[in-house]
Design a protein around this ligand. Sequence first.
Ligand SMILES: Nc1nc2c(c(=O)[nH]1)N[C@H]1C(S)=C(S)[C@@H](COP(=O)(O)OP(=O)(O)OC[C@H]3O[C@@H](n4cnc5c(=O)[nH]c(N)nc54)[C@H](O)[C@@H]3O)O[C@H]1N2
Ligand SMILES: Nc1nc2c(c(=O)[nH]1)N[C@H]1C(S)=C(S)[C@@H](COP(=O)(O)OP(=O)(O)OC[C@H]3O[C@@H](n4cnc5c(=O)[nH]c(N)nc54)[C@H](O)[C@@H]3O)O[C@H]1N2
Ligand code: SF4
Ligand SMILES: [Mo]
Length: 683
Amino acid sequence: MPETLHSVCALDCPDACGLLINVENGAGRRLRGDPEHPVTRGFLCGKVARYLEREYSPDRLLYPQRRLGAKGEGRFARISWEEALDEITARLKSIAAAFGPESILPYSYGGSMGYLQGAGMDRRFFHRLGASRLDRTICSAAGGVGLTESTGFKYGTEPEQFRHSKLILAWGANILGTNVHLWPFIVEARRSGARLYTIDPHRNRTGELADRHFFINPGSDTALALGMMHVIIGENLYDADYVARYTSGFEALRERAAQYSPERVAAMTGIAKDEMIQLAREYATVRPAVIRLNYGLQRSERGAMAVRAISLLPALTGSWKEAGGGAVLSTSGAFQLNRAALERPDLQLQSSLGREARTVNMSQLGLALNELKNPPVKALVVYNSNPAAIAPNQNSVLKGLTRPDLFTVVLEQFQTDTADHADILLPATTFLEHTDVYFAYGHYYLQLARPVLPAPGDTRSNVEVFRLLAQRMGFDDPCFRDSADDMIRALLDSDHPFVKGITIEELDREHFVRLRVAHNGGAFLPFSAGGFGTASGKCEFKAETLEYTPPVESRHGEQVLREKYPLELVSPKNDDSMNSTFGYRPDTDRQTSALKIHERDALTRGITHGDQVQIFNDRGSCLLIAKIDASVAPGVVCAPSTRWAKNSPAFRNVNALTSERLTDKGGGPTFYSCLVQVEKSGD
Ligand SMILES: Nc1nc2c(c(=O)[nH]1)N[C@H]1C(S)=C(S)[C@@H](COP(=O)(O)OP(=O)(O)OC[C@H]3O[C@@H](n4cnc5c(=O)[nH]c(N)nc54)[C@H](O)[C@@H]3O)O[C@H]1N2
Ligand SMILES: Nc1nc2c(c(=O)[nH]1)N[C@H]1C(S)=C(S)[C@@H](COP(=O)(O)OP(=O)(O)OC[C@H]3O[C@@H](n4cnc5c(=O)[nH]c(N)nc54)[C@H](O)[C@@H]3O)O[C@H]1N2
Ligand code: SF4
Ligand SMILES: [Mo]
């Protein structure tokens, strides 16, 4: 009998959709969005509507394998789970004995947003082992710091409230591409007269449909925010009552903003003076106005400051008070579950180290593999991530991954660039095949999904693999025998008012449960009456440290660099894929092989539409196909990311160009502060 079962999309996406799947004789037939889910509202993005192709792809990894060829070559032979686990255990034990357990480095990120598969048994295992801890900075670290410095919490306006807005600023946020379930709320708002403006160096899919697009110089958002404050304060358009009650440091802010005259800001941002003034006036006077900032704008050298500056704007205008006002970067901070009970950092004390292990920044994997000492990294265990394709400074990363003395284990669904570098490659289940609980970073619903399809071949979930490894390592703490449900119960054991009382039974029954952020299903208006999470309980302007300096790698940055490499490269998300997850799809590969370049920059280089071009800087080079279009301003080139390096000529993608320089705060990567030169390629 065909049946309809419930699941949750586990991809690294703010929308965290509720799914329905039709299953017949154990085979998935069709996926669709759950019509009951208040944010999914019955539809899926294009990439996941086709997810069953991935589920049943002939390219899925189904058996454990041992590498035969050279690292990176991709030749493997099938082995049994017994052999695989024995070899991994023996190697990890001997490496830990010889170099100390910190010579073992886990590397994981967004393959699954599930708590269990992403931060469950794996964390317990590495904590007990005493392995180096991974600082998971690669996506949102800078923005997280910026936001908490101003508002104290990592949450903001709920998506459902966007329908009440009259002005929506998509600031470094490609809503239609990366957060498509916000779009229907914006459509609703626009039907009632709202305007949508985009602020982005790339006029993306969202920008094309906006009422107005502002081309901003990459990395200059702090200047724009300060310029808007200049106008808002100077013209007395701020909410004096809200400012007096719920903010601190206003007088210093007034002085600081006064320094950012529209003329100065225009030169910094590339946005004309009158347009900037107009934007500030509209933002302050059209009510309610909401800002959707996303992570795009914090992948620059000044990313934390940019997010901090922008997230001060709704406090200045009092826009937090209104349904359809405020701002949102993430909602993740509202999911105050008991992560310590799930991850068990206390197990580190039971390790042979007997103390907390060092942390290694994942945005500097190349440095970690090639230069870290005391101890050096001798073993790398990768899951939920494809660092060979997505980590910055690819030449350095690949140099590290091909080190003959590095023992590498990769848990994967597909034969990625990173999988090609494994010594032992383990086949992983998909979210349709394992149990997990999901938070979201674009809404306020906690969700549970049970397996809806059988795990094919010899695939195993991350939870199972780390449970088996723990047994073989002789780790006897009872937590290593926990079932998925035991782990979920531990996670739900939290007294925080947003989550208190949510049970596994409720999640099983309802599939999605709204966090207790508001009473009786009412709107969640964070900060409508203050309640900021800062030390003072107020929104802190801290104007003494609020200032704009251009990124070193930018048109106003270091002179030697910008003369040699005059173009600014941004490599934002591809609309129809998910980082490198779908890199094996030919249509995805085509989309991510493009370099968008303005006609003026193409002309001066003798480049015509469709030419193969070489993009290069001191760190490396890669080959892409020139696409001359007006979606970027002169001086900026844009390459949708992230392609599989092995499908690219010369085995390099855009991350051969990006640097391991870190953001101003948070230790985040600076993917979008990247100077390059482009020329027509000979071959
Ligand atoms: N289709 C699709 N959806 C995805 C993903 C995907 O790969 N594909 N990835 C997921 C992940 S991991 C994440 S983190 C989210 C990210 O979601 P977003 O943050 O929306 O995505 P990005 O493409 O990183 O950046 C958004 C926009 O910021 C712009 N930008 C770059 N530099 C600057 C700048 O200095 N200032 C301003 N104002 N804008 C700038 C980029 O040009 C881009 O248009 O999306 C998730 N959803
Ligand atoms: N140039 C450039 N580089 C970027 C970015 C950019 O915008 N530009 N964006 C950055 C950002 S924001 C992010 S978040 C990172 C994303 O980088 P990653 O988190 O590495 O994301 P993906 O490339 O999608 O790789 C996730 C992998 O996890 C695997 N996977 C999925 N589910 C499971 C599971 O249950 N178990 C196991 N073992 N594996 C699983 C998938 O098959 C996939 O290969 O990339 C960063 N890199
Ligand atoms: S990738 Fe995002 S939009 Fe697409 S189904 Fe998954 S959660 Fe929904
Ligand atoms: Mo991300």
